[in-house]
Design a protein around this ligand. Structure first.
Ligand code: DND
Length: 208
């Protein structure tokens, strides 16, 4: 079993998240991609704009008709802040032998050594860093492998040494912040999110 995990605040989930997950899924031939909405993001001082309930619901709507994509309640069920190291430890205990990959954008990788027990995170899962426009890939943290689109990838058999893969070909300029701001201005941001998510945002007037 090979599972890729995309953790996020998803406030809201958008087409950039979906496209990044698709690229990882295709490149690594994953069996499943698990989207893990945070109950409360560990690194953000301010509160999320909308509740974990709404953010979870939007992720569920976005992935429900995509083969191999799942939404995981592992963090929202905790009803408190969860660190990625805790989430991956829990996932690893349920799947001791499979391949676990953790997806993050270049923006998050830039501050990765500030994450709780980041070295342990790297021993629990292969890191897959996807390019996020405006944020360069850092080369100083760990050995890494830059992948080309369509390249065949062999994962190291054991997690003895941390492995970091970089996908430079993901090119999605969309952001949750821009979507929230557009909604606040009363603009149409429907092109940036899956249709079911836009209907949900509109129905519940989430960011207006
Ligand atoms: P975000 O708040 O950045 O999520 O959180 C990302 C994950 O990092 C969550 O699972 C957090 O729990 C975890 N984290 C952060 C800090 C500290 C710790 C853990 C810790 O354990 O100490 P967003 O919803 O904003 O984004 C989700 C992911 O998608 C991120 O990795 C982001 O970089 C990426 N992304 C894009 N990638 C490519 N193109 C785009 C993207 N927009 C977001 N346009």
């Amino acid at each position: 079993m090979r599972i890729a995990v995309l953790g996020g605040t998803f406030d809201p989930i958008h087409n950039g998240h979906i496209a990044a997950a698709r690229s990882v899924s295709t490149t690594f031939k994953t069996d499943e991609v698990h989207f893990v909405p945070a109950y409360s993001a560990p690194h953000k001082q301010s509160q999320e704009s909308v509740s974990a309930f709404h953010r979870f619901a939007m992720v569920a709507l976005a992935v429900s008709n995509v083969e191999g994509f799942r939404v995981s309640s592992i963090e929202v069920d905790a009803l408190e802040k969860r660190y990625t190291v805790e989430t991956l430890t829990q996932m690893r205990s349920r799947m001791p032998d499979g391949d676990l990959l953790f997806i993050l954008g270049t923006d998050m990788y830039l501050e990765f050594e500030t994450w709780k027990d980041y070295r342990i995170v790297m021993s629990l899962a292969h890191l897959v860093v996807v390019h996020r426009p405006g944020f360069s890939f850092r080369e100083d943290l760990a050995p890494y492998c830059v992948l080309k689109k369509g390249q065949d990838v062999t994962l190291p058999a054991k997690q003895a040494t941390p492995s970091v893969f970089y996908l430079p070909f993901v090119e999605q300029p969309v952001s949750s912040t821009a979507i929230r701001e557009a909604c606040r201005r009363g603009e149409d941001a429907s092109a940036a999110v899956p249709p079911a998510v836009w209907s949900y945002i509109s129905k519940h007037k989430l960011y207006s």
